[in-house]
Design a protein around this ligand. Structure first.
Ligand code: NCD
Length: 318
């Protein structure tokens, strides 16, 4: 694996290795063994290029890289602060940045498919890592999501996943479906208003892999079935004009303390964050809430991904 473009690229063996490595990195970070950690990818260069807003993905990638000894050159709001503002294409930008010999470029872009273009434009064996492309995918988020589920249940098989919120425009749910469809006994419930439902490409992919799924619109009906409740915000910035009017800045489905009575005691509640109004803050203290742990897991899984993509390549070169 050179580029990380879509979650389907992670094989089951690779995931287990990433989980193990993430656990190792977690221990070293917790014990503050920073010297030891920094030898992992010492001296390698990372460019982080973000055309869309980000808190967790950018910070955790950059901190992951620093812990592992990499040096980072970054631009946030690249749409405004890079030459894209002057009309430069992504192709040209990547072509030039990759000629500065970074080991990887972590890229978030507002256009679906942007990372594939970047991967074709990249020179010098530079790895492109997709940190979210429009309504497309967010593979490293899916990796941290399954890591969170695995830490909780000790398995990824035989689980019912309830995905709720804006499934049309959100990329995290899409990447999670692609990834979890590799595991036996997984089934999905898609809870969304009709205009925000999961797109046919994912449904067809699940059909092809014989993964059961169903659509739902009533939250109370389906909450009791779920082992994993994966909530997402309405992507107001990506809505059609009609949906903007329809949802008017609000979420159609909200998890409240009152709703928790319908949730299995063994279930977990996840959310890629940022949360807006779709999970009440008083749910945070419920023992089933896992979204903050999930976000924290992002650091360790991204360390593991950088190690996997760059460290193993370095080893081969030596
Ligand atoms: C998500 C994203 O950017 O797709 N955020 C994240 O990376 N954790 C989810 C979102 O923006 O709603």
């Amino acid at each position: 694996m050179n580029h990380v473009l879509e979650s389907q690229q992670f094989t089951v063996t690779m995931l287990l290795l990433l989980f193990k490595k993430a656990d190792e990195f977690r221990k070293l970070v917790e014990k503050k063994r920073f010297k030891k950690l920094s030898r992992t990818l010492d001296g390698l260069q990372l460019i982080s290029l973000f055309y869309e807003a980000s808190t967790r993905t950018r910070m955790s990638f950059e901190m992951a890289a620093r812990y592992l000894g990499m040096q980072i050159t970054t631009t946030e709001s690249a749409g405004i602060f890079s030459s894209a503002a002057k009309g430069e294409t992504l192709w040209d930008t990547i072509r030039v940045l990759s000629s500065y010999h970074p080991s990887a470029i972590v890229l978030r872009h507002n256009e679906t498919g942007a990372c594939e273009i970047a991967a074709r434009a990249a020179q010098n064996n530079v790895a492109i890592i997709n940190a979210g492309d429009g309504k497309g995918q967010h593979p490293t988020q899916a990796a941290l999501d399954v890591y969170t589920i695995f830490r909780e249940f000790g398995r990824l098989e035989n689980l019912t996943i309830l995905l709720g919120g804006d499934l049309l425009n959100g990329r995290t749910g899409r990447s999670l479906c692609y990834l979890l469809s590799k595991f036996k006994g997984v089934q999905f419930i898609f809870l969304a208003p009709p205009s925000l439902q999961m797109k046919p490409d994912i449904r067809q992919h699940l059909d092809k892999r014989r993964v059961p799924w169903k659509l739902a619109t009533n939250m109370r009906d389906v909450l009791p079935e779920a082992d994993v409740i994966y909530w997402t915000r309405v992507q107001h910035e990506r809505l059609s004009q009609a949906d903007k009017r329809r949802f008017n800045g609000k979420s159609p489905y909200r998890i409240t303390r009152q709703m928790l009575q319908y949730v299995k005691s063994s279930a977990i509640i996840m959310h890629p964050l940022p949360r807006v109004d779709e999970i009440n803050i008083d749910v945070d203290k419920d023992p089933r809430a896992r979204y903050f742990e999930q976000a924290s897991n992002g650091l360790f899984i991204r360390m593991a991904i950088l190690w996997y993509v760059l460290g193993r390549k370095e080893l081969k070169r030596k």
